[in-house]
Design a protein around this ligand. Structure first.
Ligand code: DUC
Ligand code: ZN
Ligand code: ZN
Length: 467
């Protein structure tokens, strides 16, 4: 046997089910030993006092995605994967977005080309379907699903993306036949349009009214409609970025009836509220995302859902724009109405510390549940398990060393993303990633990127364990 490439010694290994003291041995980018004591290695890392976690997997991020005329996302693949790695992640899943009137296959090819050679950590790509033509549903989508793009997102709102009920049903039918996992953005298009028009007529156009224009019931209605359509077709769905009790109760109701309805939530729904959109001048635009953050009662509801298992995954929904930019939050039209403020906030680097601190350090969830919500279930949900998502022999050596006691204050100046702000400026956390190792190589150490652009691969995925 050749010598190990890497030994990580003396740490506490945490998986979704167990917590134990062990050394971890790595060869050729894979974990080959997890034992009380392992042989010597070319490179040794002392992890005493640290947690040895499976690297974070963020299955919902937006990178370099077309965002409408004159608006540009703040991250490319290089900056997003660097930021993700600094935040303790070893794999992320962005979306190749089909623009109406264009071929889905072509959009995917273009997107892959943008990613190639640029990534610090592994990337695997979901699809967004905005134009389900017979050609797309009959040929392109089935071919892409077979080629390892085994999940896609559909939208129930936004002018350029919304699918009507008939289209949703037709897309669900293809997902059932091909065993794809459908991610659903559940907010009702017509109700939002109606509310937006009404608010604008009343002169209520500041960023704060973004939240008023899409109240919880708009999300609840769409979640129920998506669930009903999924039941009709008998297909599993994942309802993403759930913001509060109302949509969550629809999901719980469906789960109790035995339907395969899964759910994701995000840091913004645990730590921000609609009041954050109140900022003077345009400051509130920094917090405009959809669904919007709600209130303290909604935050409590989301914690309940995390504790009780309603949610399977905790993602960032990283969707970065610059604030001080005419191509970002301050695009000229944004001053005329919240309708034009780009929707989305950056969060790829702060997801893990926020959940660890507010969840594990604050005693709301266990360490094992943290690992399940931030890594293991993402791998299972999206067809990367057992390649990724745990610490064990045969898994990729995607490992985050975590100091559970380290106290930090989140500051924009320390982050690596392309945005010029963080919604969590000044937020204090206990627990911090001190080293990120991707397929056996150190990518980030103490907030510094030490790996190489191009080391990350673009991964095909298997069929979801949940589909
Ligand atoms: N949906 C997302 O998933 N991300 C950002 C904006 C949106 O509407
Ligand atoms: Zn969405
Ligand atoms: Zn999103």
């Amino acid at each position: 046997m050749t010598k190990l490439d890497l030994a990580i010694r003396g740490g506490t290994v945490v998986t979704a089910s167990d917590t134990f003291r062990a050394d971890v041995g790595v060869r050729d980018g894979r974990i080959v030993a997890v034992a009380a004591e392992i042989e010597g290695a070319t490179r040794e890392i002392d992890a005493s006092g640290l947690l040895v976690l499976p690297g974070g997997i963020d299955s919902h991020v937006h990178i370099a995605q077309p965002s409408g005329p004159d608006v540009v996302m703040a991250d490319d693949f290089a900056s997003a994967t660097a930021a993700a790695a600094a935040g303790g992640n070893t794999c992320i899943m962005p979306f190749a977005l089909q623009q109406r009137g264009t071929s889905l296959r072509r959009c995917v090819e273009d997107y892959v080309r943008q990613a190639e050679g640029e990534c610090h950590i592994d990337v695997s790509i979901h699809l967004i379907i905005s134009d389900p033509t017979p050609e797309v549903l009959g040929q392109e989508l089935p071919a892409l699903l077979k080629a390892g793009y085994t999940s896609f997102k559909v939208f129930m709102t936004y002018d350029d993306l919304v699918l009507n009920d008939r289209q949703l049903l037709e897309v669900f039918e293809v997902a059932r036949r091909e065993r794809a996992l459908v991610m659903v953005h559940a907010e009702g298009y017509d109700a939002i349009k109606y509310m937006t028009d009404r608010l604008e007529r009343a002169g209520q156009t500041s960023p704060f009214f973004h939240a008023t224009s899409r109240p919880e019931l708009v999300e609840r209605e769409a979640a129920h409609r998506a669930i009903s359509h999924a039941e009709l077709i008998d297909v599993p769905i994942m309802i993403v970025h759930v913001s509060g009790r109302e949509a969550m109760e629809q999901i719980r109701w469906a789960q109790r009836r035995g339907l395969k309805v899964y759910a994701e939530t995000c840091p913004q729904y645990l730590t921000l509220t609609a009041d954050d959109l109140q900022g003077l001048n345009m400051e509130g635009a920094k917090y405009v995302c959809s669904p919007p953050p709600r209130d303290a009662a909604s935050q409590a509801a989301i914690w309940e859902g995390l504790q009780q298992g309603v949610f399977q995954t905790f993602s960032s929904d990283h969707c970065p724009f610059r604030y001080e930019s005419s191509e970002g939050k301050l695009t000229p039209k944004a001053r005329t109405s919240f309708r034009w403020v780009p929707n989305g906030i950056p969060g790829i680097e702060t997801r893990l510390p926020i959940l660890f601190s507010e969840g594990v350090s604050a005693g709301r969830i266990s360490l094992n549940r943290f690992v399940e919500l931030t890594s293991t279930n993402h791998a299972k949900m999206y067809g990367l398990y057992p390649r990724k998502g745990s610490i064990g022999v045969g898994f990729d050596a995607d490992i985050t060393l975590w100091d559970p006691h380290r106290r930090e204050t989140i500051r924009q100046e320390n982050l690596h993303h392309g945005s010029d702000y963080t919604p969590w400026e000044g937020f204090e956390v206990t627990g911090w990633p001190v080293m990120t190792i991707a397929r056996g190589e150190i990518v980030a150490r103490d907030g510094m990127i030490v790996g190489n652009k191009g080391a990350g691969r673009i991964l095909e995925r298997d069929i979801s364990a949940y589909a």
